[in-house]
Design a protein around this ligand. Sequence first.
Ligand SMILES: *Cc1c(COP(=O)(O)O)cnc(C)c1O
Length: 231
Amino acid sequence: MSAPDHALKAVRDRIESACREAGRDPDSVRLLAVSKTRDSDEIRALHTRGQTAFGENYVPELVAKHDTLEAPPAPLGLEWHFIGALQGNKTRAVAERATWVHTIDRERIARRLSAQRPAGMPPLQVCLQVNISTEPQKAGVAPAEAAALAAAVHDLPGLVLRGLMAIPAAAESPQRQREPFARLRALRDHLNARGHTLDTLSMGMSGDLEAAILEGATVVRIGTALFGPRP
Ligand SMILES: *Cc1c(COP(=O)(O)O)cnc(C)c1O
């Protein structure tokens, strides 16, 4: 097996066995291939093997790879997920290219993305990024402020609020690693009890995807385990 075949199979196997342990259908967890720092050919190699959703953290990389791979006459039609920090002056490039944005943590950015979403495209699918362990200096809305942000985002015509995303700090054991993921799920349930219909929990990376799946992840964002260590 080639390296991409091997890596994809290994990650899919991990997802499947975590789903088995959790009593979940493996089709309920989507694999988002995090292609930051990787080039367009590496994305193509995974796409050839059936991978369609790719995550980018840096706006210039999203622009370069999207515009290469989606150029006529043979656009790949990938799902582009933006999962990085977003500044106000970079929202237009994302609104014009992304299918999803996982990192909405303030209303101003959400308003700009909604206003800049081109009329001919379907609404942008979004998650609120939550600072689930309330760590200082970390991106994400505070859990106590998530309901207000969710209400504001819900009203924006260019966006569809799909769920919550978090990047918890590494814990000292797999068991402890489940705690922040469980809190994110509880917050999603709380918002749904208040009238939202959030179906997405974007949580789990190469090192902790099992803990995230056991707590209900519906999207795992995997870089290193698919592409190898980043340069
Ligand atoms: C880089 C990154 C990932 C992937 O991390 P790995 O540990 O390489 O799997 C997932 N989510 C976000 C937001 C990232 O920045």
